[in-house]
Design a binder for this molecule. Sequence first.
Ligand SMILES: [Zn+2]
Length: 373
Amino acid sequence: MTVWDVPGQDHAVTALRTAVERDEVAHAWAFIGPTGVGQEAAGRWLAAALNCGSFTPPCGACDVCHRCLRGAYPALWEFVPTGAFHRVSDVREQWLRIASRSLSEGRYKVLRIVDADRMNDASANAFLKGLEEPPPRTVWLLDITDPDEMPDTILSRCRTVRFNAWRDDALDAEARRLGVTDDAERALAVRAAMGSPLQLRRLVGEQGLDDLRAHRAWLSLLREGGPGMAIVAARALDDEIKRRTAALKSAGKAELEELASHSADELPAGVVRQLNERAVRREREARVVTAQAALDDLAGWLRDCLVVGEGGAPLIHVDDADTARGDAAALGARNLIVALDMVLSTREALESNVGQGLTMEALFLQLSALAYR
Ligand SMILES: [Zn+2]
């Protein structure tokens, strides 16, 4: 393995690596960029670089490096939101407590806050206190998609590093690595991933491209079938969500069983409760993420409908330009823009944990009203 293996993020890696080499690692970093393009890997490599005992850390080969890269090192923490927002109780009772605790192993703590822009005011204020008096040998990493959502008081205390969406050639290499040998399928997955390796993994995963094709067909389904089809589309999405969360459920159960099999006595009730809570959280998160990914697919399709007549911009759905032309002619540019706006606001509404089934049904009904003749 080459050291600092963070594909597509040369700029961020250079900044972090240089800081380590000069022993000038800031105590807080803002990782600004789209979700899941390499922030996790960068954080883990940084933890390895700061804790690896080799002459030129990170070596990438020692036990410390290995555990950091797996996310299983006691000085490395990755905090994910426990609901729609990071809770103030999590900030006080976990983040700040862990930051001030002395290390059982390692030299530097690396504390990464996933979706840091999902702190509410109370959480941000509590966290700011911790940032103002940083404990020694503690590095905060804040994943931020939208810096406008972060208070300046926090941002101004962080060193900023940009993370970029992946380029198509990097996504293509990743799709190959994941075993997609068919050129046309790979091209569609790469274009539809729109710079996100997370989306790419969904698309090349089980039924991913079939789901994508179902999502892009919603518009013609609604314009030909009318409001009755809104219920059909909502149900189909619900089935997809059930299918995707079922896999998570069985993974959670397996985790619990494995833990129980390693312990001679019965697991403490607290541990079981925590694991169950985590499973519920993951499942809720997966429901929202699945619905949002479907909306991303639909937004990409509407975008294609808008540009298909122009001849300039390359299409995402290279394999189905004819249907895009049909949808474009039936709706017209004005309605396509209205539809795109509806899709994007629904996507945003899902962030705040609104009832996802009803929200999606309402969107499909609105779209059918717009498109059905
Ligand atoms: Zn090492």
